[in-house]
Design a protein. Sequence first.
Length: 348
Amino acid sequence: MLIYGFTKVNTIECTGSTPITYFSIIIPFRNEAENLPVLLESLSKLNYPVELFEVILVDDESEEKFKVPSLKFKVSVIDNVRFSNAPKKDAIETAMQIVNADWIITTDADCTVNTNWLLTLDNYIQLHDVAMIAGAVTYDCSNSFLHHFQQLDLASLQGATIGSFGLDRAFMCNGANFAYTKSIFKKLNGFEGNEKIASGDDVFLLQKAVTKLPENVHYLKSKNNIVLTTAMNDWKSVFYQRVRWASKTSSYQSTFGKGLGLLVFAGNLSWVLGIGSWVLGVISFKNIFLLFLLKFLVDTVLIYKANHFLTKTKIQYLILSSLFYPFFSVSVPLYSLFGKYEWKGRKF
């Protein structure tokens, strides 16, 4: 179903119209002194009038104050005002008090953007009746198993995201490339109702919008709109990141999203239990091989389609990752039910 949905979302490369949309780019950060200059440098190369966008950096109790370099576009640095258990949601709410635009874009401090990022968004907004736009995110990979494993995992998530939009069952997006109007944010009462969950500044807002204004929520499938982010460099960080992502699934408003999550968990659990049954001599290797082959073939179609859209980096370690992934994928949601995780130097 997701493969079918993915093909239904058309790829768009619209950059021909004269830009008119003013954007406020909100970037929450904590101890990102190394990454922020790289992001700001990519923003300075945007093919977009500097008078039509501003950047709001929201400092979430960094150990050192970030000094903004001299730039041609407007940059503000403000302190996060904490009032919930969700630092990033608080940061966005804090920034909302001073934004000068109706169109808001959120991204992360460890990202870089495409030269035509804003231009593509502006042109799409001019052509469509839209109030919320989800965009793609991909990794900047080194030639290691750890990085390519994360890229395959992200490709599967991005494939599921785009596929769900194609099926008119949108339930997921990525806050590193997420745009919406200030008016729809207010209409949805922002993050009200999920303040206790540390993450989910993106998916909960999306699911609210899909419930109330589905025709105004779109996915912009464009190579010009892809945001590049950095992969984690150790397995502990990868695990905790995925636990953080998984911890919000039980609070989804989307029945389709919950059902898909359970189906993915059951599919991976069947492989783990199958391996255990083979080791104990309960079932034959032939049956285990057929189970793996069936799952591998279907997964690979979606992953290849998503990866081809996201990046020019060739898929590597696919078979090894497919063998390892079910064990990783089963352990993450089980741990998220009772375990704690670290994020930006804090425990949740």
